[in-house]
Design a protein around this ligand. Structure first.
Ligand SMILES: Nc1nc2c(ncn2[C@@H]2O[C@H](COP(=O)(O)OP(=O)(O)O)[C@@H](O)[C@H]2O)c(=O)[nH]1
Ligand SMILES: [Mg+2]
Length: 247
């Protein structure tokens, strides 16, 4: 049993090769697979990855851009169908989630029902090259989600995580609704409802140098309204939420 790293991509031709090169260095010491989940990127990301012909890297091709949450759900469904994986890592393609931080994330716990969260806003964690506005947005997002969802974690908006297969197989992934980046909040909420141990590992988040961010106003808006609704629902119907998210 080995980990699998899910890397969602949309127009990441300028970043994905570099990430895979860095992962190849780590692959010398550790066994893992990579699944790139590509939404038919017009810049040929999927073809570029396949042309590298790396035996431990596969591409899941989707027909059109359908958001980060939906890309991850497709990836989860594919890897949960296989019985060779023990854990699932989620990682951005653009180098913001550093391969250097991955060993500490993978070694953080042996707990079978757990989620390890790469965390920027704790001692030892940091952010490099993010404008003040983006830092503010991320910190305010986490603070609002902590309050609304009552989850005492320090980085709820980050997507660098390790889920155990046992945890993912207990969640009703088909019931998840977030289409954009707030999928990370929905997954944290569902994992907490499943009784998962949550481990925070400090990471350094480095803003991309190449390619462009897909963050948009509509992604922020979706996170805001969904978090507000989830917060209300958690207070009014806590058991219904558990039934909704946990098998
Ligand atoms: N498959 C897929 N990947 C996406 C989508 N939106 C964003 N991504 C990927 O998600 C990761 C994070 O996106 P990014 O634009 O870097 O967001 P930021 O770091 O918050 O500015 C990158 O690897 C993107 O290519 C999408 O709709 N589909
Ligand atoms: Mg990024």
């Amino acid at each position: 049993m080995k980990p699998v790293i899910l890397v969602p991509t949309y127009n990441e031709s300028e970043t994905i090769v570099d990430l895979l090169k860095k992962l190849a260095q780590l692959h010398i010491a550790r066994d893992f697979d990579v699944l790139v989940i590509d939404d038919n990127s017009p810049d040929n990301t999927a073809n570029i990855v396949e042309s590298l012909d790396i035996p431990w890297v596969q591409v899941l091709r989707r027909s059109h851009k359908d958001g980060l949450g939906s890309a991850y759900r497709a990836g989860f469904a594919q890897v949960l169908n296989s019985d060779i994986y023990s854990r699932v890592v989620t990682m951005d393609a653009d180098g913001s989630h550093r391969v250097e931080d991955l060993p500490a994330m993978l070694d953080a716990t042996d707990e079978p029902l757990s989620m390890t969260i790469g965390t920027r806003w704790i001692t030892g964690g940091s952010v490099v090259n993010w404008p003040k506005s983006r830092q503010l947005l991320s910190r305010a997002g986490t603070r609002y989600a902590r309050l609304a969802l009552e989850i005492p974690l320090h980085d709820l908006t980050g997507g660098f995580r390790v889920y155990t297969k046992e945890l993912l197989s207990q969640l009703n992934l088909d019931e998840m609704k977030a289409s954009g980046y707030c999928y990370s909040l929905e997954m944290a909420m569902a994992s907490e409802l499943a009784g998962a141990t949550m481990i925070e590992v400090p990471i350094t988040f480095v803003e991309r140098i190449n390619g462009v961010s897909k963050m948009s106003r509509s992604i922020v808006f979706e996170a805001l309204w969904r978090t507000t609704l989830w917060g209300v629902s958690r207070r009014l119907r806590p058991n219904a939420d558990k039934l909704h998210y946990v098998k």
